[in-house]
Ligand binder design. Structure first.
Ligand code: GTP
Length: 407
């Protein structure tokens, strides 16, 4: 503003000293006019900005204001228990974020906001280093995931780490049954006081499971768990969802023939920061070596996912424990490289954005499908598209018009 004023006066003086003509007068008047308009615009902008600030803080505080004394006490107790590392509080907090009850979801968001600011403070004290290392573990059924997590988790807790294991099983939302419920997994680790194992909820869409898993990760971290393992138990899209939640994505493959590995999507191999060939012991050692060599060659052909890390293939046996300390060392190297280069923090930031947009996408679609003007028309329009009477584009336009209230 100051610069504009002095510039304006300088122009005016220049015009006055040379020739005080009508032209100069007009130019000076125009400048002054612009100046007052700029002032008015700036005043308007600052009013708008303060109104928006007020609006955002009102939005953030709206729910807090509406808390009853009982709810406030519940959240305070949960938060205190959580950051003191009480397992019961962690379990209760995860149950809260998994709830589909609207008020409980609001309470969960208030708790998460508090947890996030606790994270920020601790990360600042830790020179910006995240509180925990998040590792995604995926692989076909029977690859040896749970046996590996049991062995690996025990090694980590023996070294003084606190390990949380979250299992994502969205297949249960469509099939109604839970893969996790079928058998007892990781029995020894589940008895370890420095380990916390939690299966994902058995209902809801993949998006819903993703949301609660992401939120459960944050809660585990505030409970002092410095290593969070996210295992995908289901098959399909869940591996991609998990790859978007973690710092490092690890693919476990059994030493099986080509046919058994057919189900693994090429895309998921591209997501892997580390490929682990499991069961490399006894009779399976030779096939494990072969699979390792095959994947070493295959990875060379794939596009590099990171500038700072080249995916590697390692061999382990959870039965004998061989290769597991070396595997952990590779994971640590990865974490250090990625943190030092800034890629780890950048990846987390972009994951937050992906997470937000995924939630919006899912909710908007749900809202669209359930809209009274749309819901009843969907079966009929789908039918007409299927029979070739109606072009899909026209059907989509009709539904979108109905949704937006245009006939
Ligand atoms: N020889 C050998 N067998 C193993 C090893 N790890 C796991 N297994 C066996 O492989 C089978 C499958 O192991 P799990 O750990 O249940 O595999 P998973 O990937 O968790 O399977 P899902 O729960 O179906 O996804 C079991 O019979 C294990 O005993 C290993 O290191 N060596």
């Amino acid at each position: 503003m100051h610069r504009v004023t002095s510039c304006c006066l300088r122009t005016l003086a220049r015009h006055c000293s040379y020739q005080f003509t009508r032209k100069a007068m007009v130019a000076a008047t125009q400048k002054l006019d612009t100046l007052s308009r700029t002032r008015a615009l700036n005043a308007h902008l600052s009013r708008t900005v303060s109104k928006r600030r007020l609006c955002i803080s009102h939005l953030e505080e709206k729910d807090t204001e509406a808390l009853s004394t009982r709810e406030q006490r519940l959240l305070d107790n949960l938060y205190d228990g959580l950051i003191s590392g009480h397992r019961a509080s962690l379990a209760e907090a995860i149950t809260l974020v998994e709830s589909t009850h609207s008020r409980k979801r609001e309470l969960a968001q208030i708790l998460l906001q508090k947890v996030l600011s606790h994270h920020r403070e601790k990360e600042l004290l830790n020179c910006g280093k995240p509180l925990a290392f998040r590792v995604g573990l995926s692989g076909p059924p029977g690859a040896g995931k749970s046996t590996f997590i049991e062995c690996f988790g025990k090694m980590l807790t023996a070294q003084g780490h606190k390990v949380a294991v979250l299992a994502v099983d969205p297949s249960s939302s469509t099939s109604g049954g839970s893969l996790l419920g079928d058998k007892t997994r990781m029995t020894e680790l589940s008895r370890d006081m420095n380990a916390y194992i939690r299966p994902s909820p058995t209902r809801g869409t993949l998006g819903g499971v993703t949301r609660t898993t992401n939120e459960a990760i944050l809660l585990c971290e505030s409970g002092g768990y410095d290593i969070v393992l996210v295992e995908t138990v289901g098959v399909g899209q869940s591996e991609f969802a998990v790859a978007d939640m973690v710092d490092m994505f690890v693919l476990l493959l059994p030493p099986a023939g080509g046919d058994e590995l057919q189900g693994i999507k090429r895309g998921i191999i591209e997501m892997a920061d580390l490929v682990v060939v499991t069961k490399a012991d006894g009779d399976l050692l030779i096939p494990a070596r072969r699979i390792q060599a095959e994947y070493v060659s295959a990875l060379k052909l794939l596009r590099k996912r990171s500038k700072n890390w080249r995916p590697q293939v390692v061999r382990i046996s959870s039965k004998s424990g061989e290769g597991i300390p070396e595997l952990w060392q590779k994971m640590r190297d990865y974490e250090n490289n990625m943190f030092a280069s800034g890629e780890l923090v950048a990846r987390r930031r972009s994951q937050q954005k992906v997470w937000m947009w995924n939630l919006i996408q899912e909710n908007v679609l749900l809202h669209f499908r359930n809209h009274p003007m749309v819901r009843d028309q969907i079966p009929m329009l789908e039918e007409r598209v299927l029979s070739g009477v109606l072009p899909p584009g026209l059907a989509a336009d009709m539904l979108l018009k109905a949704f937006s209230g245009r006939s």
